[in-house]
Write a protein that binds this ligand. Sequence first.
Ligand code: SME
Length: 154
Amino acid sequence: MPFQKLKPQIKAILKTGESSVELRLLKICELLKENISYYNWVGFYFKNGDKEELKLSSYAGEPTDHTIIPFGKGICGQVAVSNKNFVVADVKAQDNYIACSINVKAEIVVPLFIDGENVGQIDIDSNTPDPFTQDDERFLEWVNEQVAEVLTAP
Ligand code: SME
């Protein structure tokens, strides 16, 4: 598990003041997708202004039609209202799920907080069944904390 190895790389990407926040988030998505074998789609969604919906920001992987997701809809929309990590071992077993690709078997969504407010999330799709552990949750929470710092003081 290369999580510890990836942490300094993520910090270095986020520190790069010359590039926009979107570009830095894109680089993080690409880094995670390329280095963690079971991360097949990695993206950040953020609350869309004052609307009760999420808007897709940077991502790595196949383009998705689901660039806007209403709060409450799908795994992402549920995390927008629950404020809790959502680990889906088998997407077929979920009723409230928005399919992006027939290859996806599992999904993890971890909310991103600024000053205690749920402003967005990191979303990972996996083509491997049931691949996510608590280590993924702790790692992605850490990633979101780093991103939150940059969003607060870009
Ligand atoms: N599967 C998500 C939709 C976003 S895609 O995975 C990129 C959901 O159910 O909310």
